[in-house]
Design a protein around this ligand. Sequence first.
Ligand code: ADP
Ligand code: MG
Length: 339
Amino acid sequence: MAHDEFSLIRQWTRRSDGQEGDGLTVGIGDDAAVFTPTPAMEVVACCDAMVETVHFLKETMNPSDIGYKSVISNISDIAAMGGVPRYALVSIAVSPSWSAEMTSQIYDGIHEACKAYGVRLIGGDTVSAPDALQLSVTVLGEVEKGRAIRRSQAKAGQVVFVTGYVGCSAAGLHLLLQLKGTGETIPARYRQLVREHQRPSAQVNAGRILQAVRGNGALNDISDGLASELWEIAEASQAVLSIDASLIPIREDLRFYAERAGRDPLDWVFYGGEDYQLVGTADAEHVGALQEQFAAAGIPFAVIGRVDAREGQSAVACTRGGRQMPLPKAGFNHFGRPE
Ligand code: ADP
Ligand code: MG
């Protein structure tokens, strides 16, 4: 790497100084971090990598957006287990076309996301890479012992739900690729779509509400598109999910842009990905309580289908206006070009 590794690490992580306390005994600066999990909780761990040109393009994401999103995609996985995110570790491989200024902006985004979700950066690794920048983030969280929400818990008779709005990130990326800009050139009415792509949110509060409701079913976060995530639940649970596409909430700006772009909004909803909303199943008797708690938290919650039992089958069936609609497993393709 062109820059001095140690001074870079120092510069990137200075903001994590003095973070010891509240379970963290040793933070950044030693060989490894040391922390004690909260009593009665168990540790939830996940890791997600982003590679330049595969997961993002310099043309559509500012360096700080890249850092921000790499943390969010991990926090989203913790949320999908019903957990609370606590700590992050970041491994970065820097290629020559990335200046010290740009990598430092990646860390601005990392710190911003950590701060927004109460996560502490407790370590990482720094290496050089020949061509593309690579960013790999690990997030450690906690969940009440034995209460992590698994993908495999969908049961016949439950309803299928989704939080928030899906498809917006893919529409935002489509806009960015069409208009060839990282945001400044985007008309005001579409800014929120672009923001969903560059600065997504993770649904930690939604995951916690679901975790607190006893007897709830399966849960998954939407990183690869709603269709692919539904299939993951169906296969892990050996269940048939029957979805009514007309029940999926679609945001007005997405609908509007889809019409202008000559696209079916459901293509982005089902096959777009990176929405980081939650999709899952719940007992019908809990739906009322869930709707109330989600409304109080200001998070959209929509029932979009049900779980059917069919001996030895796992599948996702979908109808649209009363007609069968094929819903293949296909998800987000890593070049992210929804053409
Ligand atoms: P070692 O050689 O013992 O692995 P390093 O010199 O790589 O240690 O790292 C020193 C400290 O800086 C460690 O606490 C490590 O976790 C942290 N660190 C290194 N790189 C990063 C990074 N990219 N982001 C955050 N922390 C980092
Ligand atoms: Mg060491």
